[in-house]
Design a protein around this ligand. Structure first.
Ligand code: S3P
Length: 201
C-alpha cells in the first residue's frame, strides 16, 4: 500500500498522502516545527510535507504575503509588536488547516496567545528542533539572510535563553539537530508521527 492514507471529507473528496496510513496517526492533523532561528524549521518542514504529501505553511512567508513587505521591513517600518500581531493572525489561520506542516517563526512561542493556541488546538504535534546558540548563530550568518533579531549578538543570545523554556514546554517531541543533515532529521522524526499527538509528551 503506497497511497492509502485516505480521508473522506464532507464533500466526498478523498485526500491521499504518500505515506501508508499506519505511519501517520489518524488524529494527527498538523505538525508544527519550533525552535530558534537557523534550526531548520523551514528546510525540514518542506521535506517533511513533501514526504507526507501534505501542505507546507511558513509563518514568516505568510506575514510577508499579508503585509507585502519582507519580515525585516515589517520590523523596520512598523516595529516588532506589529510583526507579532500579524504573526499571531497567521498562526490562527495556519492552525485551521489540516494535513499541514507549519514552520513557526523563532519568536512566536514567546507570545502567550500563540502558546495557548499551539497547546490547545486538537490534532497538533509540536516538535522542537533544538541546537546550541553558537551553532544557530553561525548558520544564520552563513545563510546571509537579514534577520532583525540577530542584529545584536548579545541581545540575540538573551532572546535564545529566554525562549528555551517556552520551546520545551510546548514540545511533544524534541530533536537535537546540531549534528543532523536535514534528511536525517526528517527520517528520525517519522516514527513520532505514528503516535497520538497528545500522548507523545
Ligand atoms: C524571529 C525569527 C524569524 C522571523 C523574525 C523574528 C525571531 O523567523 O520570524 O525575523 O524573533 O526569532 P525564523 O525563526 O524562521 O528565522
Amino acid at each position: 500500500m503506497t497511497q492509502d492514507a485516505e480521508e473522506k471529507m464532507g464533500t466526498g473528496t478523498i485526500i491521499q498522502t504518500n505515506l501508508p496510513a499506519q505511519q501517520v496517526h489518524p488524529d494527527l492533523r498538523r505538525i508544527v516545527l519550533t525552535g530558534f532561528m537557523g534550526c531548520g524549521k523551514s528546510t525540514l518542514g518542506r521535506i517533511m510535507a513533501d514526504r507526507l504529501g501534505w501542505t507546507f505553511f511558513d509563518l514568516d512567508e505568510c506575514v510577508e504575503a499579508r503585509t507585502g513587505l519582507s519580515v525585516a521591513d515589517v520590523f523596520a517600518l512598523h516595529g516588532e509588536a506589529h510583526f507579532r500581531h500579524i504573526e499571531s493572525c497567521a498562526l490562527v489561520s495556519a492552525l485551521g488547516k489540516r494535513h499541514t506542516v507549519i514552520a513557526l517563526g523563532g519568536g512566536a512561542p514567546e507570545v502567550l496567545k500563540n502558546r495557548l493556541l499551539l497547546e490547545q488546538t486538537p490534532g497538533t504535534l509540536n516538535i522542537f528542533l533544538e541546537a546550541p546558540f553558537p551553532v544557530l548563530f553561525d548558520r544564520c550568518v552563513l545563510q546571509g539572510i537579514s534577520r532583525p533579531v540577530l542584529a545584536d549578538p548579545e541581545t540575540a543570545a538573551l532572546r535564545f535563553a529566554r525562549r528555551q523554556p517556552f520551546y520545551r514546554s510546548l514540545a511533544h517531541h524534541t530533536l537535537a539537530v546540531a549534528n543532523l543533515q536535514a534528511e536525517e532529521a526528517v527520517e528520525s522524526l517519522m516514527p513520532v508521527l505514528a503516535k497520538p499527538p497528545k500522548r507523545v509528551r
